[in-house]
Design a protein. Structure first.
Length: 278
């Protein structure tokens, strides 16, 4: 559109000077969404949804995951993303002369970009929640090979539990714990099946350190291996469930942020009531 002398119309000229992307609004919306996510995660931890705790020192058992926790993750995504998307739409620059459909698309894009920024910003928080589960199947086993508390430690304790009155050397027990931990970790990484030679050696080691007979040591080893494999399998299943719920919450969050941004943008321009009536 041009004026009488062939130049651009005032509205078009004004629009050309305004970027289609209001990065300030996007960043503000993303920060608000990330902050809301952190607040809701902390609130959820207070309600008992400890699996979504933002602090590394707390989290759900590596072998359990409840549907309620997954639903709460979806609620967090809906609320936080809606807040961030609305602010991104409400705070963006006004596009003079842009077609209504173009404005609607830009508002949707602003909400999506605000969600994306908040997601990247919150990745550390969400990752810490997932780590509590995944560590049960992977790094938790590695931790058990040392002196730190991991998924494997209770099973090592059970293996090396001595009969009453048995005299034991603390240094030998410490060495045995490390050796058993490494053996479990190496075996679980290869699928969780102990070969006969490793089972026999493990039973001999347990018999030596605990005072059990060879037959009783072999029985204990078989029971503990079965229990440890079950716990590791449960941890993997719980991690898979958490991944699915996180995926669902992210998709829903992106939708809510985009939708809320169109509302915020419509209210910013005073056109929301016309969009609703249309």
């Amino acid at each position: 559109m041009t004026d009488a002398i062939g130049g651009p119309a005032p509205a078009a000229a004004e629009e050309s000077n305004v970027s289609a992307v209001s990065w300030g609004a996007i960043i503000a919306g993303g920060l608000a969404a990330a902050a809301a996510t952190l607040v809701l995660l902390a609130f959820g931890a207070g309600l008992g949804f400890s699996s979504v705790s933002p602090w590394q020192s707390s989290g759900m058992s590596a072998t359990t995951f409840r549907i309620g926790t997954g639903l709460y993750l979806v609620v967090i995504a809906m609320l936080a993303s809606s807040i961030g998307g609305y602010l991104a739409g409400r705070l963006r620059s006004r596009w003079v002369g842009a077609h209504t459909h173009e404005v609607y698309f830009r508002d949707t894009a602003h909400g999506f970009l605000a969600w994306a920024f908040a997601t990247v910003l919150s990745a550390g928080v969400l990752t810490s929640a997932a780590t509590h589960l995944v560590s049960g199947a992977t790094t938790g086993l590695a931790q058990g090979a040392g002196q730190s508390v991991g998924l494997l430690d209770p099973y090592v304790d059970t293996l090396l539990r001595a009969n009453a009155g048995t005299t034991r050397n603390a240094a030998d027990i410490a060495d045995s714990r490390s050796e058993i931990g490494r053996l479990f970790v190496a075996t679980f990484r290869k699928g969780g099946d102990f070969n006969p030679a490793d089972r026999t050696y493990l039973a001999q080691l347990v018999a030596t350190r605990t005072g059990l007979s060879q037959a009783d040591a072999e029985k204990r080893v078989s029971e503990v291996i079965t229990q440890a494999k079950t716990a590791a399998d449960n941890a993997r299943k719980a991690a898979a469930k958490l991944s699915l719920w996180l995926t669902a919450s992210l998709v829903i969050g992106a939708f809510c942020a985009s939708l809320a941004a169109t509302e915020g943008g419509g209210l910013r321009d005073g056109t929301w009531k016309y969009r609703v009536s249309d």
